[in-house]
Design a protein. Structure first.
Length: 148
């Protein structure tokens, strides 16, 4: 089901038919610090198994995106939040986060997480805080997985 939120000349939607997978992959694979060089096939699979949203400019082109890995019942992980350079400063990060916070599939989750090196003040506006028990978290990390 397509859910929309509009601000000025931008519209946010979870309509997969509108989501520009090739553009999103280009952003994440070439301009992100967290998934540089991610293969298109891997990114496609990640998006297929996530809630994906795009922010669209008045001409219909995708200007920003975000992805939430979620079971839609108990847990969600906000990731791949990205705003195209040409659209930065237009409030798209806030627009996308407001959209996600209100999204029906993300209501009632016990936990909604994200990990980021930047924009902490933005995410705090939407209720995100530092981990309450970081000593409980563990990970298996392979930062070079896309370089092999």
């Amino acid at each position: 089901m397509d859910r929309r939120r509009t601000a000025m000349t931008y519209e946010v939607s979870d309509d997969r038919d509108r989501f520009d997978l090739a553009r999103a992959h280009r952003w994440i694979a070439t301009q992100s610090y967290w998934a540089e060089r991610i293969p298109f096939e891997t990114f496609t699979k990640a998006c297929a198994n996530s809630l994906v949203v795009g922010a669209y400019a008045g001409d219909g082109s995708m200007a920003a995106m975000a992805r939430v890995v979620t079971d839609r019942a108990t847990f969600g992980w906000v990731c791949d939040v990205f705003v195209d350079n040409a659209h930065r400063g237009a409030g798209l990060g806030k627009l996308i986060m407001a959209y996600l916070k209100a999204h029906p599939d993300l209501q009632g989750l016990r936990r909604l997480h994200l990990a980021t090196r930047d924009a902490h003040d933005l995410y705090r506006q939407f209720g995100f805080t530092d981990l309450t028990a970081p000593e409980s978290w563990m990970e298996i990390r392979d930062p070079d997985v896309y370089r092999r």
